[in-house]
Design a protein around this ligand. Sequence first.
Ligand code: PLP
Length: 396
Amino acid sequence: MLAIHGGTPLKTNGFPGWPQTTATDREALIQTIRSGNWSSGEKRAAFESRFANDCGVKHCFAVANGTVSLELILRGLGIGYGDEVILPPYTFVATLSSIIFAGATPVFADIDAGTYNISPASVEEKITEKTRAIVAVAIAGCPPDLDALSEIAKRRGVKLIVDAAQAVGAVWNGVSICALGDAASISCQNSKNLTCGEGGIITTNDDTLADAIATMLTGGTKDGQYVSVAQDHTISEFQASVLLSQYEKLASEMYVREKNAAYLAGRLAALDFVDAAAYDARITRHAYHLFLVRFNAEKLAARGVHRDQLLAAIQAEGVPLVNGYVPLYTFPCVTSDYTERQIGAKIDTTPLPVCERASYEEGCWLYQACLLGTREDMDDIADAIIKVWEHADELK
Ligand SMILES: Cc1ncc(COP(=O)(O)O)c(C=O)c1O
């Protein structure tokens, strides 16, 4: 019997928690407390140079979070009022809000049905003479098609910003996604694969952009003049200490996530009603902030069940498979008077078909910490999905 109807849950021993702390985190924090320098300093600089070096990128800035990092990139590129910025609607709200904070107009492009990343073909259709940038999100930690997007951006004369908030460590065709496009942005918020509670990282190879961001991070001063209206969004030494210490275990955790994800995707491939998100052959490393799962809406309809009924039953079996994003264009903040006044435009909220299907019919995910479990945990996930499917008639 299904657990949702009173049966015994398939899984009762849970999954690993997050964040996972180490003795080194504690020592690093104590050292910072004793140092007397709690503001931005040596540890921030040490993290930035190490991260830049590992990504093969010239400039790196550790900042307050993965929203201001995007805003700083946009403002640093001179993008603002009257400019259009293309983004996917299947992402966290911060991808959108950073564009509005910069004063620019967000324009939604549809997503790819296989990866749920922004679709290059849809981007191409949305470019107008006002377009200044594309923000390509690496959803779930999966690099978007950066070859196609870079080609479009170059040909159409617009900037390409990689929102790698969920994708620390991801590599596309042998190159860190932090070294691709005009700039990249990472989030180090509590749930992220590299965390210091709240934090963000900007990377770029563009010297002019780096100079503009460095100026904004000093409150907008250059050569003794206030040249830009800005705030100091740098991280404190407490956050930098934890970042440096947590960074030590990122590589080994990535290895475990990738191995478990490949195994779980293999188990799902044997089922005809569900699969893992598509995996482009040009991906060298997938960061797996999420493990994206897609149900097949037609197969579900043929059994008379909806994704959300299956998810409720799977969760009752002890597996935290949850529905993902809903389209950003449905959010009240998109059509609010305040937003319209800030950007001086109405945002196009026409529904986009692939995003609609992903949001309301097919998409769901597991959080990254599940992938830090054992091979048995992966089997439990697949077995819970199978158990629920076998009893799907009881959910009608
Ligand atoms: C795709 C995406 N962009 C931006 C952000 C914003 O990051 P933060 O929460 O650090 O501001 C997030 C955070 O969840 C995200 O997932």
